[in-house]
Design a protein around this ligand. Structure first.
Ligand code: LMR
Length: 392
């Protein structure tokens, strides 16, 4: 049987991770995978997470199973963090293994409820979006999003393509901190997107993997909240990997908003899908998140550290834009300072990306996406010089 298997396409982000690890050169710079790093290159365990882990070790009396959809307290705390109050009667929710688990479960739900629907994704999008949609055999289409020339949004292309969405199609939107481009919709553009999707009768599906990494915890949730208020049905896949720094704990949540009268059935379907795929979702990370969100002192400490992380990335953005101005004697990279989140797509060629890796030991994804958090005050000028040296 196993002879029938053929090699699968590798995820380019994970390939890059392995290449970087194997590179023996001192001073190599990793701007690949989307993991936050401090100035020393460490991805720290956040203070509040450490405290919660200690408390949990002292207080936890059992490790028996949780609910199939996870602990209701986690789901409620996450729904509140993302949407604020007022959605309890419409929101079915389930804990999932990370944000990817939430995306996968949402796509399974779409497949069950509306197998002929097309799922629309931004061009470009996170490679695993397209990969999972195809793996599940769902129809996929792309809408224009990024204007490579300006590093901003192709608003005309975006609205034009969304006007072609059929009734009942699902449109996957990045709630904040667009991955891979770093270019985000303004409030005005979000309103236009909501208008056209309403006209088309589409179902928004928001991927919120970086809440707190862009303009702040509340600001980063604004677009998702607007969508949740305006549409009768919305899917939201959220990750705790980045904003709680618990990548390997696999902590995420899927929220399905619908008619209040349908909530119990939707909830039962989320639990059913968990059961079919992995039975009970991982609990450790979800429990830490619940403890942090429910304890005012822990929550305040977590928010303060998250804000430090966000501001650090913002400072790096600004200094990189300035260094690139100096090194290239042009303003073509000024968009780096306006982008938000972990990523920016620089817009240099794949040949230049390869040259940066081979000659300068600088690693970025082939589409020239950089992880801003992979930089520090020392490496920002090195990167800018290297980009100039390869003619970027
Ligand atoms: C990324 O885009 O680098 C992250 O979301 C990590 C991943 O799993 O790809």
């Amino acid at each position: 049987m196993l002879e029938a298997l053929t090699p699968q396409p590798q995820d380019k982000i994970l390939v890059l991770m392995a290449q970087f690890r194997e590179d023996p050169r001192a001073g190599k710079i990793d701007l690949g995978v989307g993991v936050y790093k401090d100035a020393t290159g460490l991805t720290p365990v956040m203070r509040a997470v450490k405290t919660a882990e200690k408390q949990l070790w002292e207080r936890e009396l059992t490790k028996t199973y949780t609910g199939l959809a996870g602990e209701p307290a986690f789901n409620a705390a996450m729904t509140n963090l993302i949407l604020g109050p007022g959605f309890a009667d419409r929101a079915a929710s389930a804990a999932t293994p990370g944000g990817t688990g939430a995306l996968h479960q949402a796509l399974e739900l779409i497949k069950m409820a509306s197998p002929k629907a097309t799922v629309w994704v931004s061009d470009p999008t996170w490679p695993n979006h397209t990969s999972i949609i195809r793996y599940l055999g769902l129809n996929i289409a792309e809408y224009r999003y990024f204007d490579a020339a300006s590093g901003g949004i192709d608003e005309a292309g975006l609205l034009d393509d969304l006007a072609k969405v059929a009734k009942g199609d699902v449109v996957l939107l990045h709630g904040c901190c667009h991955n891979p481009t770093g270019a985000n919709l303004s409030a005005d553009q979000w309103a236009k997107v909501a208008d056209v999707l309403t006209t088309r009768g589409a179902i928004p599906f928001v991927d919120l993997a970086y809440q707190g990494f862009g303009d702040g915890l509340e600001a980063d949730a604004e677009a998702t909240r607007m969508i949740a208020t305006r549409f009768p049905e919305v899917l939201i896949a959220a990750s705790c990997s980045k904003n709680f720094g618990i990548y390997r704990e696999r902590t995420g949540v899927l929220i399905a908003l619908g008619e209040p009268s349908r909530k119990a059935v939707v909830q039962a379907n989320l639990a059913y899908l968990n059961r079919q795929n992995f039975s009970f979702p991982p609990d450790h990370g979800a429990r830490l998140v619940t403890m942090i969100l429910e304890d005012p002192a822990l929550c305040a400490d977590w928010k303060a550290e998250l804000e430090e992380v966000r501001l650090n990335m913002l400072t790096l953005r600004q200094s990189l834009a300035e260094e690139l101005r100096r090194a290239t004697n042009s303003d073509r990279y000024d968009f780096v300072a306006h982008h938000r989140g972990m990523f920016s797509r620089l817009g240099i060629s794949e040949a230049q990306v390869n040259q940066l890796r081979d000659t300068h030991a600088v690693y970025m994804v082939g589409d020239s996406r950089i992880n801003i958090a992979g930089l520090n005050a020392r490496t920002v000028p090195i990167l800018a010089q290297a980009i100039a040296a390869v003619g970027g």
